[in-house]
Design a protein around this ligand. Structure first.
Ligand SMILES: NC(=O)c1ccc[n+]([C@@H]2O[C@H](COP(=O)([O-])OP(=O)(O)OC[C@H]3O[C@@H](n4cnc5c(N)ncnc54)[C@H](O)[C@@H]3O)[C@@H](O)[C@H]2O)c1
Length: 386
């Protein structure tokens, strides 16, 4: 009997990160457990290239065929945002294990339906919250839970990117509200809101929010585009109708305050998430721009508190076994962390347990925060959650 197949649906920028993660970690569970089966994309060239690059056996163009295939046991949904809910729902109903890219859906209501479906589905399911897998983040959360930082007081998470800073980048699904939802908010604000909730717990209220469009129109490409890349442009332009920049002020259920911000036009920032956590006894701060360590200051019994560097090393023995170079001073990057997340998903399937950290329910709870930020930015008034 052949092993149940893994399929990656969507062969664009992030589909490759999923394919690479499966390629790296599926063999650890044995050839009889997982098989790299199919890459699906409506663009046959993209599917073919990705299958060849990462050793998947076959390609497909119709995601419905992949979901209907009894030999496929596990799927990653790496499609544009507006397709996530429909494809993930179908995969859950078909009993597949499914890992859906963020944002789970375009609205909290749609994400809530998926959370209900996931709770009743036999397969293992999750939302891609890869930044939770950064060992520094897990370590800061551990310190918070152990009370080392005292009572949570304030958190600031900013996700500044410049992938859309150049106004000559082509128009794509990302710049259409109907296909992407709110722009920077749903694209990278999702990670910022998830990180704030991961570390400080449930958000009770969005006190205020602002969103801005700074590049109001872009030229349409002549051919297909993927990710954030340049392409040959036509003379035709299309409006950008979702935010380039957003900021939201949060009140947490535990009484702490939070600030989340996201931009896709932050010139020079690359892909940079910065987290600052303040408690009554200590402060921790981390930036993906300085991945080798995070900084920690704990209030001493006397004298001023000073920051020290804490290595961003694999926080658990399980993750430690995954790091090819498990040395404290060797920085861990985006792709490795993405791989840790895929490994955790495969482990949950292998062990027959739910994926608790980065579940579909987590995707829904984050969607509630994002909906409230969007609503507050329109109404200019506070929005309570739940
Ligand atoms: N977790 C992360 O860090 C991270 C990073 C980047 C993107 N993402 C998410 O991943 C998703 C995809 O983003 P991307 O940058 O890879 O996009 P992309 O545009 O590069 O790729 C999307 C792919 O989907 C294919 N596609 C579109 N409609 C299809 C259909 N009906 N059937 C089959 N294939 C179809 C396109 O041909 C394209 O190859 C988005 O939801 C985005 O938010 C997550």
């Amino acid at each position: 009997m052949t092993a149940p197949g893994i399929a990656v649906i969507g062969a664009g920028m992030i589909g490759a990160a999923h394919a690479a993660g499966y390629r790296q970690y599926a063999p650890r569970f044995g050839a009889e457990r997982f098989r790299l089966a199919t890459v699906c994309d409506m663009n046959g060239n993209m599917a073919g290239k990705m299958a060849a690059d990462w050793g998947f056996a076959a390609t497909a163009s119709d995601w419905r065929e992949v979901i209907a295939d009894p030999e496929i046991g596990t799927v990653s949904v790496c499609l544009p945002n507006f397709l996530h809910a429909e494809v993930t729902q179908a995969a859950l109903e078909a009993g597949k294990n499914v890992l859906c890219e963020k944002p789970l859906a375009l609205s909290a209501e749609a994400a809530g339906k998926l959370a209900l479906a996931a709770a009743n589905a036999p397969g293992v399911s999750g939302t891609v919250f890869n930044y939770r897998r950064i060992p520094a983040m897990a370590d800061i959360k551990r310190r918070l839970e152990a009370g080392e930082l005292g009572r949570p007081v304030q958190i600031a998470v900013s996700f500044q990117c410049d992938y859309a800073a150049d106004p000559l980048l082509p128009h794509s699904w990302r710049y259409e509200f109907a296909k992407a939802g709110p722009g920077a908010l749903l694209d990278v604000g999702t990670h910022a809101a998830d990180m704030a909730r991961f570390l400080f717990g449930e958000v009770a209220e969005v006190v205020g929010a602002i969103s801005t469009i700074s590049v109001p129109e872009r030229r349409l490409p002549l051919g297909a585009t993927t990710g954030h890349g340049h392409a040959e442009l036509s003379d035709e332009t299309a409006a950008v109708d979702n935010d380039d920049v957003m900021s939201g002020l949060l009140r947490f259920a535990n009484g702490a305050q939070g600030f989340v911000s996201a931009s896709r036009v932050a010139v020079g920032s690359g892909n940079c998430m910065t987290v600052e956590v303040l408690g009554t006894k200590g402060t921790a701060r981390y930036s993906t721009a300085l991945p080798s360590h995070y900084e920690l200051a704990i209030l001493p019994e006397s004298g001023p508190a000073e920051f020290r560097k804490v290595p961003n090393r694999p926080a658990t023995p399980a993750i430690g076994r995954l790091a090819p170079v498990p040395h404290d001073n060797v920085a861990i990057g985006y792709a490795e962390v993405f791989g840790y997340m895929i490994h955790e998903f495969l482990s949950a399937i292998h062990e027959g347990r739910r994926l608790e950290n980065g579940s579909i329910e987590d995707g829904w709870r984050v969607a509630q925060i994002l909906d409230a930020i969007q609503a507050a930015s329109v109404s200019n008034a506070p929005v309570r959650i739940g």
